[in-house]
Design a binder for this molecule. Structure first.
Ligand code: FAD
Ligand code: NAD
Length: 478
């Protein structure tokens, strides 16, 4: 191992490893420092996303969805499977196999691209030096022309519900249950609460969710969050708004939760409790006080639009910096930084970062919501189209939800898209592409969409923006 590089990256999550691969592709001598290691002391790549986030949660979401399909939906197709059972150990084994396949894949990619891997805890010192502490405590120092901080995030904890990794767990623990809890409490009705609550709810848990706010999914377009609340209620998720957990008591492998709901004091008992109240940037011990790196008022590493910190030659990407905590946002920041280090002034378009909740139906969004545009005083036009009127959706029995498109009233340029329903994530990605190209509602209106596809909902929603949808009565005419 050399002690001097063009670029050193601290952290190999989706932000760090993608940045490392891109730097190496651009011919930069690159090293990545990763603190996580397996039983043999080898680094574990992929960060939260691959190990305890996006991938394992989606594996369990898919397994549990198939279970509900077999239990609740096969019979209408004339398929009889009796009463299906779930083997949790087999489901977890499948999830673990997918995780190790992907983390192993990242390891091979780093190797293939000639990235030097350094196992240990990295800490940025002044002058773009990085101190690495390995598992036996010994320290070494390496340096680089550029250092990229990509140490990610960790779950927020709250004093009334300290996690014990047994009965009260965070998202990582909720991916490891060895049996379906009969009574499952979830604190926080956000993305993690909804996804992991859905997994265990589908498999038979009675799920109660405690949400401190009085609005459900407040950052989503209101039309979408209203539809989502209806759908989840129908699925049996008991979402209690304005519910603040004040204490927990663990006894006999169960937990009593005390909480106030709309001001009234209440209590409830659960077999397991998931705390999913947000994540915070992992900045402790990642840089020294004299490194020149600063944090903003919310504890995120302070960066400009190009992810440069206040210390020359030091960059930061992913969950450790402002913006949504999403794997794809971090990865594209990693690419942008690699390009900038190599001398090309690439700029990530933060207005076109999609976000998705992988419940069933999926919920996806990009750009502005109607309530944001109203607050900003922007003149807009919006159109939505229900899946209930889409032939393909009917054929597959997936008729809940709609696609909604919002365009600027003067320019017709698309500025937001929101969907709840089948393949919502992939449909909204079509709008991401349209928005990146500065496309208008009329552009989509004049395009040919395959029939019968879910994408026809995008076409019809674009037509509905101007009140000219074909397959539903329109409220207004051009
Ligand atoms: P991380 O993935 O957290 O990686 C940081 C890495 O840095 C880790 O490997 C860590 O070990 C290492 N590290 C930390 N400190 C040091 C140090 N001092 N020295 C060396 N190494 C260090 N996002 C999506 O876009 N889609 C999803 O479907 C999705 N699902 C999720 C589900 C769950 C349950 C959770 C918890 C998160 C999910 N996310 C999802 C969010 C996503 O996982 C994160 O946005 C993403 O992993 C952030 O990437 P990152 O590279 O910034 O940080
Ligand atoms: P979140 O911000 O999505 O939701 C947390 C919820 O908890 C909020 O609704 C909040 O009002 C509520 N809350 C906060 N404190 C509370 C309290 N004391 N009592 C009750 N409710 C409380 O956060 P999360 O679900 O923990 O997810 C963390 C991050 O991980 C998110 O920012 C998200 O971007 C990312 N993530 C993304 C995906 C995805 O892209 N599909 C999946 C999982 C996680």
């Amino acid at each position: 191992m050399s002690d001097s590089y063009d670029v050193i990256i601290i952290g190999s999550g989706p932000a760090g490893y993608v940045c490392a691969i891109k730097c190496a592709q651009l011919g930069l001598n690159t090293a990545v420092v990763e603190v996580s290691s397996d039983a043999k002391g080898a680094p574990v790549f992929g960060g939260t996303c691959l190990n305890v986030g996006c991938i394992p949660s989606k594996a369990l979401l898919d397994s549990s969805h198939k279970f509900t399909e077999a239990r609740d939906h096969f019979s209408v197709h004339g398929i009889g499977v009796g009463s299906p059972s779930i083997d949790i150990a087999a489901m977890m084994k499948r999830k673990d196999k997918i995780v190790s396949q992907l983390t192993g894949g990242v390891s091979s990619l780093l190797q293939h691209n000639g990235v030097t891997v350094v196992q240990g805890r990295g800490r940025l010192l002044a002058g773009r030096k990085v101190e690495v502490t390995d598992s036996d405590g010994s320290k070494s120092v390496i340096s680089a022309d550029n250092v990229v901080l990509a140490s990610g995030s960790e779950p927020v904890t709250i004093p009334p519900a300290p996690t014990d990794d047994q009965v009260i767990v965070d998202s990582t623990g909720a991916l490891l249950f060895d049996a379906v809890p009969e009574r499952l409490g979830v604190i926080g009705a956000g993305v993690i609460g909804l996804e992991l609550g859905s997994v265990w709810g589908r498999l038979g848990s009675n799920v109660v969710m405690f949400e401190a706010l009085d609005t459900f999914l407040p950052t989503m377009d209101t039309q979408v969050s209203k539809e989502a609340a209806k759908v989840f209620k129908k699925q049996g998720l008991d979402i209690r708004l304005n519910a603040l957990v004040t204490g927990t008591r663990v006894e006999n492998n169960a937990v009593t939760v005390t909480y106030t709901e709309k001001g009234e004091e209440k209590s409830a008992e659960f077999d397991r409790l998931i705390v999913a109240v947000g994540r915070r940037p992992r900045t402790r011990d990642v840089f020294s006080g004299d490194s020149g790196v600063t944090v903003d008022e919310r504890g995120f590493v302070f960066v400009n639009d190009a992810c440069a910190t206040e210390a020359p030659g030091v960059w930061a990407v992913g969950d450790i910096v402002r913006g949504p905590m999403l794997a794809h946002k971090g990865s594209e920041e990693g690419v942008m930084v690699a390009e900038r280090i190599h001398g090309k002034a690439v700029q990530l378009n933060y207005d076109c970062v999609p976000s998705i909740i992988y419940t069933h139906p999926e919920i996806a969004a990009v750009g502005k919501t109607e309530q944001e545009l109203k607050a900003e005083g922007v003149d807009y036009k919006a159109g939505s189209f229900p899946f209930a009127a889409i032939g393909r959706a009917l054929a597959s029995g997936e008729t809940e939800g709609f696609v909604k498109i919002i365009a600027d009233a003067k320019t017709d340029r698309i500025i937001g898209a929101h969907a709840i329903g089948p393949s919502a994530a992939d449909l909204v990605q079509q709008l991401v592409i349209t928005m990146e190209f500065g496309g208008s509602a009329e552009d989509l209106q004049l395009m040919v969409f395959g029939h019968p596809t879910m994408s026809e909902a995008v076409h019809e929603a674009a037509l509905a923006v101007d009140g000219i949808a074909i397959h539903m009565p329109n409220r207004k005419r051009r």
